[in-house]
Design a protein around this ligand. Structure first.
Ligand SMILES: [Fe+2]
Length: 302
């Protein structure tokens, strides 16, 4: 077993209108509510994680409160805690968690002030069969980095990810799973969220999801298309309060023999933005919402 995480377990977000956002993520985005308490809502996908999305009332407008990584066992939690603590980052001690889903883990602040956490789940789900049109899990999270080299080094050297591709401005990071990548980093002015990607079971679900979103007044901001690096199909949307979200499917499955390729390898012919050659360029709105969501300070404790 590798000394790293298995992927992104959950994303916690802050919304000015959490009830409205909760309605969207259950009725249109097709997650399933597992808990609500004190103005917050928790949702699962069809995969094992107790919840993959938490919505909390905002203190200062929409934001990304925290990313939670999935550890396979408590030993991984403790080993990663030792690495994070010795890197000099602010980290709480691993402890039993009393919040939704329970488990064992710790929260910390990374090199650019992001609130991250590593958790081994306790009340995870045994019923993990795919359901058409319903997200399984968080496929990946794409972050903006003001200090790209530092952020990339933190993912690799401290959290144990492996950089598997560099395509255009994006750096793709693989961890202890067969998914091509679970984290993506790109350079930007601020360490904000670029987008959160939810994995659907197949291409059909991705296309049907695009139609469901259009019907509900959420047009496709980029896609449908099939990416080069990662080979996944994609549709991007502006969710409630301009939160940037992606439906994806058919993520490339890899092992340790996967060979890294750089920007020259992944370069598209002029005018092409995906493998099929069908997606129009992303909208001005999509470009605008890719760096709106900040990590609020002081929210790293689980
Ligand atoms: Fe993505």
């Amino acid at each position: 077993m590798k000394l790293t995480v298995r992927g992104v377990r959950s994303v916690e977000i802050e919304m000015s209108e959490p009830q409205r956002a909760a309605d969207f993520y259950s009725r249109i985005w097709n997650l399933t509510e597992v808990a609500r308490d004190n103005g917050s809502f928790w949702f699962r996908g069809t995969g094992h994680c107790h919840h993959i999305l938490a919505i909390h009332p905002a203190t200062k407008g929409p934001a990304i409160r925290r990313l939670v990584f999935d550890a396979a066992n408590n030993d991984i939690v403790q080993s990663l805690h030792a690495k994070v603590a010795s890197s000099g980052c602010t980290a709480e001690a691993p402890h039993a968690l009393s919040g939704q889903g329970g488990g064992y883990g710790f929260g910390f602040v990374d090199v650019e002030g992001r609130n991250l956490a590593v958790v081994c789940g306790e009340r995870d789900h045994a019923d993990t069969a795919d359901v058409r049109d319903r997200p399984r899990k968080i496929a990946h999270v794409n972050l903006n980095a003001a200090q790209l080299e530092r952020s990339n080094a933190f993912l690799s050297d401290v959290l144990g990810f492996r950089k598997v591709d560099h395509s255009g401005p994006l750096h793709f990071f693989h961890c202890d799973s067969t998914d091509h990548s679970s984290m993506v980093m790109g350079a930007a002015a601020t360490p904000t969220l670029n987008h959160v990607s939810f994995e659907l079971p197949d291409l059909e679900s991705c296309m049907r999801g695009g139609g469901r979103m259009r019907d509900a007044g959420y047009p496709i901001e980029w896609g449908p298309g099939r990416h080069g690096s990662g080979n996944n199909v994609f549709c991007y949307f502006a969710g409630p309060e301009e939160f940037p979200i992606e439906y994806t499917a058919e993520v490339l499955q890899i092992d340790d023999s996967y060979e890294f390729h750089g920007p020259e390898y992944w370069k598209w012919p002029p005018g092409r933005l995906d493998q099929w050659g069908i997606t129009p360029p992303h909208t001005a709105r999509w470009k605008r919402i890719q760096d709106l969501m900040l990590f609020p300070a002081g929210q790293h404790r689980l």
